[in-house]
Every structure is written in C-alpha cells, then in structure tokens.
Design a protein around this ligand. Structure first.
Ligand code: AQP
Length: 329
C-alpha cells in the first residue's frame, strides 16, 4: 500500500483553499492508502507567532480536520515526533543554498524585508522534505503552491542517496487536484487565499457559520460584466474565475458545465447559489468543529496517540539515515 504524508500549519483555522487543495483529498486517500496527516507546528514558528495562539490553533485545526472526516488515528503534531527535527537537520546539510534561493514561497513571504525574516523561513523546504521522507512516504497530496517544494524534496532525496551511495530515500509524487488547486482570495483574485491574509473577508474558514459564509460570498469582489458562456470570457477576470472554480470544485463539476448553467446571468443569482452550496457542505463541518473544540482532552488524546504511531513508523527510518551519515549509536 502506498504511504501518503501531508501537513497543514496550525497558523489559523483552515480555510476553503486548504479544504479544496488538500483536506478533501486526504479524506478520500485515507480509504485505500497508509496515511499520516500532520499539524506542522514547527513550520508555524517560521513567521512571528504567539505561544498561546499556537496552542489554541493546533487544537482548533485538529478539531477542523476531525470534523472534515480525517481518521483520528492518522493525525498528530509535528513537534511531538523527533524524527522531523533530526532528519530536518541532516537535510539542512544536504540541501544547497542555490536550490533554496529559487524558492518562490520564501520570496513571496519574505518580500522586500528578507533580512529581517527568520532563518527558519529560509530552510522551511528542507524540513518539509524531512517531514515526508522520515516516513518514506511516496505520495503527497498538496495544493499547487507546494509543487516547487516537492521538487526540492526529490532533489534532496536524490543527493542524499548519491552522496551516501545508497538507494534509501524514495522519489515523491505530488498529488495536486486537477481543479481548485489554488483557491484565490475573495478580496483579490491575484492573491492566494491564505490564513495569514490580514483581511478575514478574504477567506472562508472551516468554522464559519452559515451567515458568515453567505456574507463573505455576498461581499466577494467581482466585476460589472455578466457571467460568460465560455472559459475564454474569464480572461482578465480573476475574481469571477475564482468563484466559478470554487463552485465547480464544490459540486464536482467542470468549469464548462458551470458556465453553461450561469451564462449571461449577473453575480447576484450566482453568488446566492454558491453560498448555498458552500453552506450545505461546510456548515456541518463547522458545527462539528465547534463541538469538538469543547472537548480539549479528547483532542489532546488524539494527538498523543497519533504521535505514538508516527514515532513507530519514522524511528527506524531516521535511525538508519543517521547511521548512514556516520552518527554513532
Ligand atoms: N489557497 C489555496 N488553494 C489551494 N490549496 C491551498 N493550500 C494552502 N492554501 C491554498 C494547501 O493547503 C495545505 C496546507 O497549507 P499550509 O497551511 O501548510 O500552508 P500554506 O500553503 O502556507 O497555507 P496558508 O493558508 O497560506 O498559510 P499561511 O498563511 O500560514 O502561510 C497545503 O497542501 C497547501 O498547498
């Protein structure tokens, strides 16, 4: 059975982009793959953080993932399993500065002020490679924004194998959904929907109420033109494309099919239909998330048990990697 690994940062409540780009696929994959899903709390330290918020958001994200249908036995938080940090350090020494310099996510997040960002943000992709390879996972379901990091993980695996003269780490295959792999902000169709966007109106989060969802969709930025009948008519209209793509992904239909239904109509009717569709799927997730957040002891227990299982899988692999690089045991 193929092993699957994927993670999400507990930097806030997961949003619709996380759901369509990653979480929804995790739920499908866990049916016939050996899956590990991780709250990557160590990655959350790469940007400024508050310890109290990190604790709360780790529990809230756990609740959201369970409410979305993730199997509790497959979920844990990264910092509880030392294999991540140990292999992460080895990969810091295998990865090349030239490779990291090409990472667009670092450039996007650091912006013009890169000298003031943490060294962690820069080496984040090395830790991400360790997250996956510590389990010899070969399939990684992610959104499109993570494609470059997975290419780097394969370069690291290959260089490690070459330098140590072994065939130890496998190659990784990204599983990127064919539709809605990059959900954009509801306020600006050129920006990725993100937990760290200062505007709460830019994203739908998985514990939004039905009213929140309807209000955010009503206020989502659009343009003055009616909806086109063909995809070509979405050229230069990123906000319209984003909303239609979300509708198509949520209803498991093609964009062409959705355009056929709404062609020539204004955004009023379409936004109402989109809000209804989102509420139908997400409101039960939000209700269950709120219920689970009331039971912190249960959430902690899920993470502890998940970490135990993750330790059992990763320990022999990372111990072997440590032996291969020459560490004495
Ligand atoms: N907008 C998106 N569309 C599709 N997929 C997305 N993912 C994130 N944003 C979108 C996918 O969700 C998974 C978990 O992402 P993450 O939380 O680890 O990190 P991120 O990509 O940095 O997400 P955010 O929301 O933008 O977080 P912040 O603001 O904290 O940096 C990944 O598979 C990702 O591809």
């Amino acid at each position: 059975m193929q092993r699957v690994f994927s993670g999400i940062q507990p930097t806030g409540i997961p949003h619709l982009g996380n759901y369509l780009g990653a979480i929804r696929n995790w739920v499908t994959l866990q049916k016939d793959h050996d899956c590990l899903f991780c709250l990557v709390d160590m990655h959350s330290l790469t940007m400024l953080w508050s310890p109290e918020a990190l604790r709360e958001q780790t529990l809230a994200s756990t609740a959201c993932l369970l409410a979305s249908g993730i199997d509790p036995t497959r979920l844990y938080n990264q910092s509880a399993v030392s294999a991540h940090a140990r292999l992460g350090w080895i990969f810091n020494c295998v990865s090349r500065l030239g490779w990291l310099n090409r990472m667009t996510q670092f450039k996007d997040k650091a912006g013009k002020n890169r000298e003031n960002h943490s060294a962690g943000l820069y080496v984040y992709p090395n830790l991400m490679a360790a997250d996956i390879l510590a389990f010899h996972a070969t399939r990684v379901p992610v959104g499109d924004d993570q494609r470059q990091h997975l290419e780097l993980a394969n370069d690291i695996a290959q260089k490690f194998n070459h330098d140590m003269g072994v065939e130890f780490f496998p190659q990784i295959e990204p599983l990127i959904p064919p539709h809605a792999a990059r959900v954009m902000s509801l306020r600006d169709g050129s920006k990725k929907m993100s937990k760290s966007d200062p505007s709460a109106q830019s994203r739908i989060i998985l514990n939004d109420t039905a009213d929140d969802i309807a209000q955010k969709i009503r206020k989502a930025r659009t343009d003055a033109e009616p909806l086109p009948s063909e995809e070509a008519g979405l050229e230069g209209r990123p906000e319209a494309r984003n909303l239609l793509t979300i509708y198509a992904a949520m209803s498991d239909r093609t964009l062409a099919d959705v355009l056929g239904q709404f062609a020539g109509q204004g955004f009023g009717t379409f936004k109402q239909a989109l809000a209804d569709l989102l509420v139908e799927t997400l409101a039960p997730v939000a209700d269950e998330t709120r219920r689970l957040m009331g039971d912190r002891a249960h959430l902690m227990q899920v993470l502890r048990q998940g970490a135990e299982r993750a330790r059992a899988v990763s320990e022999p692999i990372v111990s072997e990697a440590e032996k291969l690089v020459g560490f004495l045991r």
